[in-house]
Design a protein around this ligand. Structure first.
Ligand SMILES: *Cc1c(COP(=O)(O)O)cnc(C)c1O
Length: 431
């Protein structure tokens, strides 16, 4: 496999862009080697600057749930472009997408559009603080909520990969209002609450975390959080930037049957354009300016092109229940195949899986939280990643990520992935 053009692009990029990339995990630092520069993408494949093609298992970190360059989304964008790219004034499409989101996502009665998942979570915390009149909030170790200051504490994914979970530039003053708890541990939450009685505005978590690798909630865990938050008047926020519109039409909250007070959304919601959103109970969302006192704004929020792409995506997902059955079937087949090759070589590595998300961890420990996730052998992961890449399968370049499947994966492609997987295991482990 030749990657000369990617190599020289990356060399030049490093002269002008910090680390050569516009988002850290793209730099391949956790897996070694040079990042691949992408030229185009279509369906289940992406194509790099040197003309190599790869089967996609990240899909732009989640958004491309129907595969790349879907004709229906492309058409919606081109049509919207005819009328201009931005107005800075309300449009009918914003009303339509807001109504659709409230229909699809159980917790959302009112919603505000923003430009990224980061903006969504930053804003949701501000609103929860304004609503409760309290300052502190609880976040889970290894969960990622974008790069807002108050979230960059044990933040999973890119932060783990870079080896500096607490970023310089985040002040102690900011960090002291962020309380940390391990995921899947209700007792730890009770302890934090009794030590900070009446001071906690919100509890934010990824209901099904994907930013320390995929981890599933233990039975009763999400229900337990719901009960505790009700009892203490704490705003329960599900960060569904990853899981929203992916684990079900209504996200993890629909799939697991636990309804939070607020929800943050991103990724799939923009159909590949930069979009995020936060929403929730009417009485909470009425605190957002100009309805209420909590200020939050955006020059390009609700951008007409972005809304056209997002609306096309959400309408399709809303009107096609088979999409989720199909995604579950694809995920099921792939994970079954991976498990059978593990069995064949008597490897008891851990694999976490739900619907169209999965992570393979190179440890035999059960992965239930950040501490256990860190037990995975990241050096072996790096070798496995490179071996898969050589065989034309594009994984997330870090152990601490979930993979995201799309409906574009045919049985034939799944077979190809499984063959590459088995060969890559052999190569990575020297079997
Ligand atoms: C990706 C992600 C974010 C941040 O979204 P950006 O659009 O990258 O700012 C926040 N929360 C979760 C759970 C995410 O996966």
């Amino acid at each position: 496999m030749q990657i000369n053009k990617s190599k020289s692009l990356f060399e030049k990029a490093q002269d002008f862009i910090p680390g050569g990339v516009n988002s850290p995990v793209r730099a391949f630092r956790a897996v070694g080697g040079n990042p691949i520069f992408i030229e185009r993408a279509e369906g289940a494949h992406i194509y790099d600057a040197d003309g190599n093609s790869y089967i996609e298992l990240i899909n732009s970190w989640g958004p491309m749930i129907l595969g790349h360059n879907h004709p229906m989304i492309k058409e919606a964008v081109i049509k919207a472009m005819e009328n201009g790219t931005s107005f800075g004034a309300p449009t009918a499409r914003e009303v339509e997408i807001a109504e659709l989101i409230t229909k699809m996502v159980p917790s959302v009665e009112k919603v505000r559009m923003v430009n990224s998942g980061t903006e969504a979570t930053m804003s949701a915390i501000r609103v929860a603080r304004g609503y409760t009149g309290r300052d502190k909030f609880i976040k889970m170790e290894g969960h990622y909520h974008g790069h807002g200051d108050s979230f960059l504490i044990a933040a999973g994914s890119g932060a783990i990969t870079m080896g500096n979970p607490d970023s310089p530039g985040v002040t102690k003053g900011t960090a002291k209002d962020t309380l940390l708890a391990p995921y899947n541990d209700l007792e730890a939450i009770e302890q934090l609450i009794s030590a900070n009685k009446g001071e906690i505005a919100a509890l934010i978590l990824e209901p099904v975390p994907g930013n320390m690798g995929l981890v599933l909630p233990k039975a009763g865990y999400l229900e337990g959080l719901r009960k505790i938050c009700d009892r203490e008047g704490i705003v329960l926020i599900f960060d569904e930037v990853m899981t929203g519109f992916r684990l079900a039409k209504g996200g993890a909250q629909e799939r697991f049957g636990v309804v939070p007070d607020m929800t943050t959304l991103g990724k799939i919601i923009g159909g590949g354009m930069p979009v995020g959103a936060y929403g929730g109970k009417k009485e909470i969302m009425e605190f957002v300016s100009p309805a209420g006192p909590v200020y939050q704004a955006g020059t390009l929020s609700g951008n007409p092109i972005a809304m056209a792409a997002g609306l096309a995506m959400l309408k399709h997902l809303d009107s096609n229940d088979e999409v989720y059955k199909e995604l579950d079937a694809i995920g099921g087949k792939l994970v079954k195949g991976i498990k059978s090759s593990l069995l064949k070589y008597q490897l008891d590595f851990s694999i976490n899986h739900v619907g169209s998300m999965y992570s393979l961890f190179f440890t035999n420990q059960e992965i239930v939280d950040f501490e256990t996730a860190k037990q995975s052998d990241t050096a072996v992961f790096g070798k496995y990643f490179q071996a898969m890449l050589q065989r034309g399968v594009y994984l997330a370049p870090s152990q601490f990520e979930s993979l995201f499947l799309s409906t574009a994966l045919t049985d034939h492609l799944i077979e190809q992935i499984l063959t590459a997987h088995e060969e890559s295991l052999i190569q990575a482990l020297g079997l």
